[in-house]
Design a protein around this ligand. Structure first.
Ligand code: AMP
Length: 148
């Protein structure tokens, strides 16, 4: 029997690697030397966005701590920005590792989701949000980031 190696190797054909290379579009909200943030195309709540490192990493099991630190710093910026942008009561931060851990796209990412009292997250429906709504929400987040 072949043993599965942990962590598995990074595969640069994943969707987020394609977004980083400009091969697929994204509603960008933030970028610096080490990180990139954009709207989740199937949001589980209004303003749901994702933060990724530019340096290839499959997930938390193989990322180097320099890259991870940069991502977490951007996650904190985005958490402040989404709360401000949507007048939210809080924010949820989520991160999944390998299929067993709920990971679907194998480039490290953190979910940043504004939260509102009494409003549950939507289930994973597979429904894509309208591009104009993603664009409008991205604009609100960029404007909030400018004010931080
Ligand atoms: P997970 O790997 O389970 O943490 O989730 C991957 C996330 O990526 C899901 O929330 C998807 O809605 C999101 N997603 C998948 N494809 C795209 C894309 N092309 N642009 C933005 N978000 C995406």
């Amino acid at each position: 029997m072949t043993e599965v190696e942990m962590p598995a190797a990074y595969d640069d054909t994943n969707i987020f690697a394609k977004i980083l290379r400009g091969e697929l579009p994204a509603h960008k909200v933030y970028e610096d030397d080490a990180t990139f943030a954009f709207m989740d195309i199937m949001p589980r709540g209004k303003g749901h966005c994702l933060v990724i490192p530019k340096k290839p990493a499959r997930n938390i099991l193989d990322v180097d701590t320099t890259s991870l630190s940069a991502v977490v710093a951007t996650v904190q910026k985005l958490a402040h920005a989404v709360v401000e942008a949507f007048d939210a009561d809080g924010a949820s931060i989520a991160q999944f590792n390998e299929s067993a851990g709920g990971q679907v796209v194998f480039h490290l990412h953190f979910h940043v989701i504004p939260r509102f009292e009494g409003v549950d997250l939507k289930p994973h429906s597979g429904d894509m949000e309208k591009p104009e709504i993603l664009a409008a929400n991205a604009e609100k987040i960029r404007a909030a980031l400018d004010q931080l």
